[in-house]
Each structure stands twice: as structure tokens, then as C-alpha cells.
Design a protein around this ligand. Structure first.
Ligand SMILES: *Cc1c(COP(=O)(O)O)cnc(C)c1O
Length: 398
């Protein structure tokens, strides 16, 4: 197969299919009645969304823009899950009336429900509530991903969630049909998901909710052999949920992002130059840290090499810093200690590069790189051409 010009992202269909099956089998074996959603924000590549749709996935969206994208790519409204703290009223109304899944998150959405309940007295309106609970009190060794206190959903401990339930219960044509428990943690541990499932049970019992779904959100590990995978998570979740819920009546929803596409995706770059500066070696490549981690928070970049020539006969270098193509000093990716001297033409290939990368790239110095898909039968399909000034100049006036 002829290699395209670097830098580019590559999605291997075979590996993607592996993780899709792993997810579906885990949901099916541990619960049976399930909906597999996909978090659009994690990677909104149109090819990927269309592909997942053809495999039965629902689109989990958190903005009007993502909703519009999902519709344009052919997701029916019934197959859209609408989350997030800032919702669009028109989108909300449209999904409410067409049977989409809406998980309320903010105070104004309770007002909207009162309004829509009165406007559509003959319609049966179903919604879900996003739960905010204190993970650290449930699992003392867990740290939330960002700071001390998650900011999404209605707080269980201080009665705000109860208040939301009470307000909605006043509306005779509104049914609280789901709970949404997506919570980011640093550890992505199986134990946290067990605790969250237990929380769904506790809340449903305490507030006498009759639920048609429990949405466990995303935040799983995937694509790594040293970490838990869907089988572990959904075994634990299924075990906890079955204490109260019946798979015949209550659907288990999962909306993974990064865990579904990590294994399948690499970012491929080429060494352009090797510079010697006061005893240090800087290896210049045509990719960038901004392609892989635009927020420049990561310090680990899993990767492998493809050498242009036999590396075993090369000099060993005590230290080489692999750097990116931008002219920012921070654009250094990783250091190789005691490795074969890199030369122009060697390839540095970053693994698990699918989530929060190819659509989160800044339009900075260079624009979006190309995306290719290695189809199962072996051929290469170009899913996205690299952006050029044609795209950058769109809708500019000067
Ligand atoms: C981001 C997000 C996901 C996906 O998270 P991953 O860590 O990529 O699996 C799922 N649900 C909601 C509500 C999200 O915000």
C-alpha cells in the first residue's frame, strides 16, 4: 500500500470493528437491553459518525452545532441523545417532540419543561436528569478529573436533584424516564462505575422513579491491554443495576468516546531534520504536539517507530528530543534515551490518537491534517483531505 504524505491520522477499520463488537457484546451479555451511543465531541469526523451510525450507534451531542451535524449525517432525531449545560431551546423542543433523549442539566431547563408541558398538554414528554453526586464520598480513593467538585447535573447531596424531581412531578404529562450519570474521573476505574450504578438504584428507589433508561455516560478505558475494558465495566454496572432494575423495562445506555476509537487510530509523522545544538539532538518532525494534545497538558505520547534503514547498525544517541513542526518552544513531544540515531525519513507513529485530537486541532500555523481509513479489505480511503487556505478563507471578509 502506497503511504500517503505525512502528517496524517489513520483509522484502521479492523481495530475499530473490534472495539465496536467488544462494546456491543459487553452490553448485551451483561444487560441485554441496551443503546450504544457515541460521544460526538470526542471525534466528530463525518466518516466516523456515519460509520458508527451504520453500526447502530446513536449520536450523543452537547451543542446545537453537533445536533445539526448529526442530522445532516442522517441520524434520526430518535437516535440523538442531547446532553450538556447549554442547550438550544428549538433543538430541545424538537427532540422532546420526536422522541429523542434529553438529559436535563441546568435550572432553566426545568422552566422550559413547565412551559412545554403547558404548550403540549396532550403529548407525553419524556426526559432524563443528569445526576451530580459526590464520587469521593462513594469511593474515597477516587479523584475527579478536574478539581474537587464536578460541575454537571443536579446535586444529589444538597437536595437540588430532589427539587428538580419534585418540580417535574407536578407536570402530569412529563415523565422522568431516565438518569444520566456521566462523571469523569482520573482513574476511569471499574469501581467508580459500580458506585455510579448503585447511585442510580438509590435515587430511583428514594424518589420512586420508574425509569426506561439509565445512561452511564462515557469515560471508560479502551484499546489498552493493561487496563480494564468494556467487559469489566458492564459486568460491574449490570451487577449493581440488577439490584433494582429489570432489563425488560430499563435500557442501559452507554455513550463512550475515546475508549471506542483509541485502539484504531494513529497519527503518522516523518523526521525532517536532526539538529545538533550545544551537545543536544533535536529531531524535527512534520507533526506537532498541537495535533495530539492541543491543550498541551499531556507529557506521555505513546508511539512506535518505523525506521528508514536498519536501526541496529546506527550510532546510539544518549538523548534525542522529538519535536514538532510549529515554531513554539513547547512543541517537544518526547525524549529518546540511548536509542538509535534518527535520520530524516524515519517515521514516528503515535498510537491511540483518536480521541480529542483530529477535531480538536487548532487552526494554528498548519490546519487540519488529512485522515485516512485503512479499510478491512486492505485499501486506503481518504476520509478527510488536509485543510488548506481554501477552507481557512471561507466566510472571511477583507
Ligand atoms: C465527553 C463525554 C462523553 C465521552 O467521554 P469519553 O471520556 O470520551 O468516553 C460521554 N458523555 C458525556 C456527557 C460527555 O460529556
Amino acid at each position: 500500500m502506497k503511504q500517503p504524505k505525512t502528517p496524517f491520522f489513520l483509522i484502521r477499520e479492523k481495530d475499530l470493528l473490534y472495539d465496536i463488537s467488544l462494546l456491543k457484546n459487553s452490553l448485551s451479555e451483561n444487560w441485554g437491553n441496551y443503546i450504544a451511543g457515541y460521544s460526538v465531541k470526542t471525534n466528530a469526523l463525518p466518516w466516523l459518525l456515519t460509520y458508527l451510525k451504520s453500526h447502530g450507534f446513536y449520536a450523543e451531542v452537547v451543542s446545537k452545532t453537533e445536533y445539526d451535524l448529526a442530522l445532516r449525517l442522517g441520524f434520526p432525531e430518535k437516535h440523538i441523545i442531547y446532553n450538556g449545560p447549554v442547550k438550544d431551546k428549538k433543538v430541545f423542543e424538537s427532540l422532546l417532540l420526536s422522541g429523542g433523549y434529553i438529559n436535563l442539566d441546568s435550572n432553566y431547563e426545568l422552566d422550559w419543561m413547565e412551559e412545554f408541558s403547558a404548550r403540549y398538554p396532550n403529548r407525553h414528554l419524556k426526559i432524563g436528569l443528569r445526576v451530580n453526586c459526590d464520587i469521593t464520598s462513594l469511593c474515597p480513593e477516587e479523584a475527579p478529573a478536574f478539581g474537587e467538585c464536578g460541575r454537571f447535573g443536579y446535586c444529589y447531596e444538597n437536595g437540588v436533584l430532589k427539587n428538580a424531581v419534585d418540580r417535574l412531578s407536578q407536570l402530569s404529562n412529563v415523565w422522568i424516564s431516565g438518569l444520566h450519570l456521566h462523571t469523569s474521573t482520573k482513574s476511569r476505574s471499574v469501581q467508580v462505575f459500580g458506585a455510579l450504578a448503585k447511585m442510580a438504584v438509590r435515587i430511583a428507589k428514594e424518589y420512586h422513579l420508574s425509569l426506561s433508561y439509565v445512561d452511564m455516560g462515557g469515560g471508560y478505558f479502551g484499546g489498552r491491554d493493561d487496563m480494564p475494558d468494556y467487559r469489566d465495566y458492564f459486568k460491574e454496572i449490570g451487577k449493581e443495576l440488577s439490584a433494582h432494575f429489570d432489563p425488560q423495562k430499563t435500557i442501559l445506555i452507554a455513550e463512550p468516546g475515546v475508549s471506542l476509537i483509541s485502539r484504531a487510530t494513529t497519527f503518522e509523522t516523518t523526521v525532517i531534520d536532526v539538529k545538533d545544538i550545544r551537545g543536544r539532538k533535536f529531531v524535527v518532525t512534520d507533526g506537532s504536539r498541537t495535533n495530539l494534545n492541543p491543550l498541551v497538558t499531556r507529557h506521555l505520547y505513546p508511539h512506535h517507530m518505523e525506521y528508514l534503514s536498519d536501526p541496529s547498525v546506527r550510532n546510539t544517541e544518549p538523548s534525542q528530543w522529538v519535536c514538532g513542526a510549529t515554531c513554539m518552544e513547547y512543541d517537544k513531544l518526547f525524549e529518546i534515551n540511548e536509542g538509535p540515531a534518527l535520520v530524516p525519513g524515519d517515521k514516528v507513529i503515535y498510537d491511540t490518537a483518536g480521541g480529542y485530537t483530529m477535531c480538536l486541532n487548532p487552526l494554528f500555523i498548519n490546519y487540519f491534517p488529512a485522515v485516512y481509513v485503512e479499510l478491512e479489505e486492505g485499501s486506503l480511503f481518504q476520509a478527510r483531505e488536509p485543510w488548506t487556505n481554501e477552507e481557512f478563507l471561507q466566510k472571511n471578509h477583507f
